[in-house]
Design a protein around this ligand. Sequence first.
Ligand code: HDD
Length: 713
Amino acid sequence: MSSAVGAVKQAFTSVTGQTAKVSDLQQNTIDPAKKPTKGLTTDHGVFIRDTDNWLQASNGARPGPALLEDQIAREKIMRFDHERIPERVVHARGAGAHGYFRVYDDSASKYTYAPVLTDPSRVTPTFVRFSTVQGSKGSADTVRDVRGFATKFYTQEGNWDIVGNNIPVFFIQDAIKFPDLIHAVKPEPHNEVPQGQTAHNNFWDFVGLQPESAHMVMWAMSDRAIPRSYRMMQGFGVNTYTLLNSKGERFFVKFHWIPELGVHSLMWDEALKIAGQDPDFHRKDLEEAIANGAFPKWFFGIQVIPEARENDFDFDILDATKIWPEELVPVEIIGEMVLNRTVDEYFPEVEQVAFCTAHVVPGIGFSDDPLLQGRNFSYFDTQISRLGVNWQQLPINRPVCPVLNHHRDGAMQHKITKDLNYWPNRRSIAPPVPANEGGYLEYPQKIQAIKQRLRSAKFQEHYNQAQLFYNSLTEFEKAHVVSAFSFELSHCDDPVVYESYTKLLNNVDFNLAKQVAINVGGVVPQKPARENNGRTTRVSQLAFAPKEPTIKSRRIAILVADGFNLGEVEALRAAFKAGMATTWIIGPRRGVVYPSGEEVGSGKGYSADHHYEGQRSTMFDAIIIPSGAKHAQALAESGRTIHWVREAFGHCKPIGALGEGVAFLREAVQLPGVQLATNLDSNVVTSSYGVVTAGKYDAGSALADALTIKQDE
Ligand code: HDD
């Protein structure tokens, strides 16, 4: 095993991060290394002598009939036959990690009395599950899709779940539309195609007939839907919740997670390739970062609107297809979450974790957002069919505070609760708790209503914010949106579908609609359908760049052939390690590669982590080609390595080259205008198009700095 991979593997097992929830889970954790028994047992605890041969009636020379009486074989097979539970109806594919949340101060106490949001001395354990929406459990990570970002806070007052996404709005306004939306999104019913994509007739048919989806579709066709990493995406509670303070005042609130590392995406071509090269790319990325101590971190923000301002906006603040533009309602950063522990076993933690929007704690409440109201029913219900009615007793789901009530029985009841099981009872067992002692208090909201099915007036406007989003992107982000629509609509073969969507797009942007319509054979508009309505500042991903550029947790490949400059590689590795990046040596073979001065085959070399095919440049954030005459010549003679580097350049990755490596780079990237260093004796860095070169390496020089160029630039 190569050293870098070994270090990562070793680190996986040593990460602890001991929150109250982690200690709680340890009651249910079996560690075979601690030898809980001397060996293998049945589920009822009897030692097993032979787990390899089914009991049979045999004369010893040849097999005979297998005997049904073999209770050990029967248990093994039956137990196996029932290992699977239904996958989630949406968000089936995911990855999870443990962490903690804390607030910086009590500034939110003007809005809420929830200690989780106001007590800076508290460290609240969290568990987060990230997911894709459309694909099944075995689909690829890097597909174009919305990402789920669901957080469970194990607070001392009970569990609080924010079941959010990496996009701040949703496709529909009313929960009753969810089954229609998901049927349209999922693979088509007649052939179960496509997997992990929305590029099909039914999805575009539905959203074309459902203009309230227009805003969310813009986000889904943007770079947001192909994130570089779960660690580099924003999270949003999406729905409007409420906060209640100790004076009994109510506020409307939206929840935000903002990644410390900034918001970054893959390029579409990379995403496609990684889906084949490493379908677990995001899951592994999360594990690798935590294992290396580059703990993913998000700032927690709230947007707050007092009740008195509820009707001050030209959109309805209860409409989940709308953002609250930050110029109107700024995000107040009040805390942070860090993920510092990978899971021990996927199924009992990531698969069995079950979120529920209805899980709130005192001081936090719901609004009349019609999407949220329906969600509050759906999540508990879906957990019943996935996990059974006692799903909240599962180790990953149970709160860290005590639970006592009169709910009883049901499949897989794990608790034995003594005494009476109803209220009121003569012994005052489990009495209700008044609000001033912590009982959950609903806000006494005044209601004067007529029972009816409706969409109120402000819910009828669908294009202003779709346009606002598109206007607020940079030119290259807009170009990506055009390509995404073109890809998706090209996969629709029913002209009714792509013609109707290209028509709809003109309500968002004339040029966008025109370009997409030309590409896919849709209806090319002749003039804009509506006025252009301005921009907002905090929508483009560039708005979230970290204050200081960083290489923390980035994967950097050093491309070598026999004859490379060892001193340089070691110095670079040390510099990258200091910046908390991981470095991977990619060579002609996994195993020994020979630096200049060493005879090939002498055994005295340096260990490569992968060969050129093993991990392509798509798997890295930046690549570097060291000096060494023979090595550079060997790289230049290989179509494989030229392609490797060309792809990195095409994907806009920072590329570094030194000495003779520069000549090879010139061979690979024959683009006029790319400035490359020419003087082999100079350590002056030349930089253009994200390519940085120097004649020779100067430890700690500008080169390492230059490699911190942000991916988006
Ligand atoms: Fe949902 C899962 C996010 C609307 C019904 N949803 C689910 C998950 C996330 C979201 C992140 C995966 C949780 C996990 O990792 O286990 N859903 C959202 C967001 C929405 C939204 C941000 C819009 C604001 N969802 C929504 C509606 C309904 C549902 C309107 C139903 C009326 N969602 C479900 C579900 C799922 C689910 C069927 C499937 C698995 C699960 O709940 O636990 O109940």
